[in-house]
Design a protein around this ligand. Structure first.
Ligand SMILES: [Zn+2]
Length: 418
């Protein structure tokens, strides 16, 4: 076992220990009563149901994680990466096509392996807790569309990366070219996603004229926020989980409200949620996250360009030949420890942004009590865990736990009345 294999295995072990440990603490924390501020969100039957939901999801995540990890490790240590490479090379295609076929087979295999878990999660777990609204037909169509989209977009991106790294005249600067490419690609994707990609999965209907639309327009105007249109999405087609978000850029961006959100909340609560979403734009959170994402991708391509030429990396996976396409896959293993750090940082930043957005909304005309009431409803309808363990939150939560968030909003409202 060489140094590359040792780094990867150590990272996987550390990640597994953190995962199992924090999940254990989280499950242990379920046994208590809800915090004082959160009384009344659930009645006792619902509270037990929310605890059951967290337990079931934790166990399912654990089983699927261990299963997929074991398969990957077996494939690795039995020399599967090399056997597949030898097999694909026998087809005698050009290097670029060989790379696409190799990565395509691995992608399809991993999609197939996770499919049973996805089916079980939707039709057994979500069904049991009353969230699932999707039919077998919608589920199958979603899967096919998702797969085709990944093949088209991922294939396009992979072709460019393989070409730039594999071509002698560009390989020296490939990481910079790829970095620029990915920035252009993701920016373009954000432009076309609202009109081309999202409608493949959901129906967007303009919000009808009425009190809610008037209130939203009036509020947006009062905080000098311009947008294109307000749409209602048929989220209820799949699940009763609810959400609100923005799509697109600049003054033409769209506000998207899940129909489930409209069914479950009053107009003032929806307005408070929108105030929070507008705050993310006003506080430049989207821009900050995008820039961090771009910088991270630059670092990834730089490290890739350096590591792709290390013979040891290919030896670690028992390869007969080294190639750009296998190098990219092995690099993704090597990136695990860095990813662990960046994801913890990303989640910390995201939680910080949530507090800031709540604060901005409350300072800029939204009623903190409406926001609290909306957040409570969201937690109740989603059967959220009201007592997550702080360490679990640290590693996994993009949003602060409800009680922390309500405490922060309440302290704002108290300061305001003083
Ligand atoms: Zn938010």
């Amino acid at each position: 076992m060489n140094i590359f294999a040792i780094i990867i295995i150590t990272a996987i072990i550390i990640e597994t220990i953190i995962d199992v440990g924090t999940n254990y603490l989280n499950l242990r924390n379920l046994n208590q009563d809800p915090p004082k501020d959160l009384e009344g969100i659930f009645d006792s039957t619902e509270y037990t149901k929310s605890q059951e939901y967290t337990k079931t999801k934790t166990i399912m995540g654990f089983v699927s994680g261990i299963f997929l990890l074991s398969i990957t490790l077996c494939f690795w240590f039995l020399g599967g990466f090399n056997s597949l490479d030898v097999l694909v090379r026998k087809l005698e295609f050009a290097p670029l096509a060989t790379g696409l076929i190799y990565c395509g087979i691995l992608f399809l295999a991993s999609s197939l392996l996770s499919l049973p878990f996805s089916i079980y999660s939707t039709f057994v777990v979500e069904e049991k807790f009353g969230f699932n609204k999707t039919t077998v037909k919608t589920f199958t169509l979603d899967m096919i569309k998702g797969l085709l989209l990944s093949i088209i977009l991922g294939g396009f991106l992979l072709t460019i990366i393989l070409f730039l790294f594999g071509n002698e005249s560009t390989s020296q600067y490939a990481w910079i070219l790829c970095w620029i490419g990915i920035i252009l690609f993701t920016t373009l994707l954000r432009f076309i996603a609202p009109t081309w990609i999202m409608p493949l999965f959901n129906k967007f209907t303009p919000l009808e004229n009425g009190e809610l639309r008037e209130k939203i327009e009036e509020y947006a105007k009062s905080v000098d926020f311009s947008f294109g249109n307000i749409f209602v999405i048929d989220g209820s087609k799949r699940s009763s989980h609810s959400n609100a978000f923005f799509t697109g850029f600049g003054p033409t961006k769209r506000i998207a409200l899940f129909d489930t959100l409209l069914q479950q909340n009053t107009n003032d609560e929806i307005l408070a949620i929108l105030g929070h979403e507008i705050a993310h734009q006003k506080c430049k959170h989207i821009l900050i996250t995008t820039i961090i994402g771009f910088l991270t991708s630059g670092i990834i391509f730089f490290l890739l360009s350096f590591l792709i030429n290390q013979k040891g990396l290919y030896d670690a996976f028992y390869m007969d030949y080294s190639s750009i396409y296998t190098g990219i896959i092995f690099f993704s293993f090597l990136y695990t420890p860095i990813e662990l750090v960046t994801s913890v940082f990303g989640q910390y930043l995201s939680r910080k942004h949530e507090y800031e957005a709540d604060k901005w909304a409350c300072i800029n005309g939204q009623d903190g009590n409406q926001l609290i009431s909306a957040l409570k409803k969201l937690s109740s309808h989603n059967l959220s865990n009201l007592t997550p363990h702080p360490l679990y939150v640290f590693f996994n939560y993009t949003h602060p736990p409800l009680y922390e968030r309500i405490k922060a909003i309440k302290s704002l409202t108290i300061n305001k009345t003083e």
